[in-house]
Design a protein around this ligand. Structure first.
Ligand SMILES: [Cu+2]
Length: 321
């Protein structure tokens, strides 16, 4: 029988330490270069960007997770590449089992347990802290949020001056098949079909639905909140950069779900104020036809004190426009 052995011991046993040192050397080199590259070069380009506080917070989380996983993934690839090159079965040599790793090796077991345990527990701690402390999760927190933006205060009116003193701008997001509309309780309860938002202002989204479950997802804002009928789902963010964003529905909600898209923009506080007040006066004649502002609506409950949204007034799907 031909073997690749030239010494007394099994050839792989004889060369095992050598292999390990080579693999380790390649891994240390690649991880030493690649890990900082991922954090400093790739990280700032990761979704969802930095247009709002919650988006920036999510980008930081993703950067940390990707950075931590870089050495782990590189270890797998280095091992894989090394094995492909150096542990290749030579032609014409009968197949032979490789070397068993010692089953009772305390060192290997302890290293494995300690490393994976430390990784998982530190990720758990990091994730829990990031979910609660710096910028909320960017997701809907239900009707009674446990996280609110630091220093923000609520008020019945909003102006650019109150924007700079941290008065929240309230926006009600009303989802229905297959459209989002936006109601502005601090501007007479009027409703718009577009979503402009002022920069550097804490924004309180109140997300609800008139029919089925939708999901309000302006992804560049780092916000995603389910729109459930009969529920007020609150989400916060503060925009820090001017520019456009896209709103998508992120919950399969029927035939035209894919067309449930809106454009929005983060603008200066003064631009926002002139837009929203011009909408308020332009819509004044129609606003009084709307149901009374409330945190949720039901298309089937109307009358005095009800919050009826007339089915006849529902926007038509794109095919019928
Ligand atoms: Cu939808």
């Amino acid at each position: 029988m031909t073997t690749i052995a030239t010494e007394g011991a099994h050839p792989l046993i004889a060369r095992q330490g050598n292999h390990f040192r080579k693999i380790l050397a390649v891994w240390v080199l690649l991880a030493g270069v690649g890990t900082p590259l991922v954090y400093f070069v790739l990280g700032p380009h990761l979704a969802p960007g930095t247009q709002t506080t919650s988006a920036a917070s999510q980008q930081f989380d993703l950067t940390v997770l990707l950075t931590l996983s870089t050495p782990v993934v590189l270890a797998v690839y280095v091992w894989f590449g090394y094995a492909l090159i150096f542990f290749r079965q030579p032609k014409g040599v009968p197949l032979e089992n490789g070397v068993w790793i010692k089953r009772d090796s305390v060192a290997i077991q302890m290293t494995w347990l300690f490393t994976t345990g430390a990784l998982v527990l530190s990720l758990f701690t990091f994730g829990t802290y990031e979910l609660i402390a710096p910028a909320g999760a960017g997701g809907g927190e239900g009707p009674n949020p446990i996280w609110t933006p630091a220093g923000a205060r609520t008020a019945a009116t909003w102006s650019p001056t109150s924007g700079t003193n941290h008065t929240e701008l309230q926006v009600q997001v009303i989802a229905q098949q297959w459209k989002f509309t936006y109601r502005w309780p601090q501007f007479g309860g009027m409703e718009t079909t577009g979503l402009d938002l002022p920069v550097n202002t804490p924004i309180q989204f109140n997300v609800t639905s008139l029919d089925v479950i939708h999901s309000f997802w302006p992804y560049r804002l780092g916000v995603k909140a389910d729109a459930n009928p009969g529920v007020n789902n609150v989400a916060y963010t503060t925009a820090t950069q001017l520019g456009p964003f896209t709103v998508r529905c992120d919950e399969l909600c029927g035939l035209w779900h894919g067309a449930m898209v809106d454009k929005g923009a983060v603008v200066s506080q003064a631009t926002f104020y002139s837009w929203v007040t011009s909408r308020e006066s332009a819509n004044a004649a129609l606003t009084k036809e709307l149901p009374k502002y409330s945190l949720t609506y039901s298309p089937s409950v109307g009358g005095a004190g009800g919050s009826y949204y007339s089915g006849n007034d529902l926007p038509k799907p794109p095919s019928e426009k």
